[in-house]
Design a protein around this ligand. Structure first.
Ligand code: ADP
Length: 151
């Protein structure tokens, strides 16, 4: 069974995340959407809200599970026997950030592979931080997130 962990803050989940997850399902048997808990980070949505958004969005997907974790991502992968980490790439900033993390993970747990999917061109401008800005200023956000996400 090929299980991939898709780790993220998902604050909130966007259509960019959804696209990566949908496409990831053609590669992996199962994808675990894993919300990393970082006590020192400020979030717009609570952990429960972010989890609920994910669960509602993928409620009809038997191969998608939602989870939370507090340890290193590779330690979490090991604990559930997942051999792949799925991430999305939008631009060179994502690439530089992801390269450092993937290489560090490789040194820590050599048997866990990081797999990257390039963003769909029509979704590459979407990020959770832009969605939060738009929401905070009462802009239209419905075309950026799945319909399960509401302010
Ligand atoms: P993190 O705080 O770990 O970066 P995010 O929830 O912001 O968590 O992102 C999780 C993953 O989703 C990252 O790999 C990120 O590059 C990817 N991602 C975010 N937005 C998009 C998008 N529009 N298209 C493709 N991938 C995306």
């Amino acid at each position: 069974m090929k299980t991939a962990v898709f780790p993220g803050s998902f604050d909130p989940i966007t259509l960019g995340h959804c696209d990566i997850i949908e496409r990831g399902l053609s590669i992996f048997d199962e994808i675990v959407l894993a919300i990393g808990i970082n006590a020192s980070k400020k979030y717009m949505f609570s952990l429960d809200e972010r989890k609920e958004f994910l669960e509602k969005t993928f409620k009809n997907y038997p191969n998608v599970r939602v989870s939370t974790y507090e340890q290193l991502t590779v330690s979490y992968c090991k604990s559930i026997d997942a051999k792949y980490i799925l991430r999305g790439l939008r631009n060179t900033s994502d690439f530089n950030y992801e390269q450092a993390i993937a290489q560090t993970n490789k040194i820590m747990e050599g048997h866990i592979e990081s797999v990257f999917l390039m963003t769909a061109p029509e979704l590459s401008h979407i990020s959770s931080s832009i969605v939060r800005d738009v929401m905070q200023h009462n802009g239209k956000y419905e075309h950026l997130v799945p319909h399960t996400v509401r302010k």
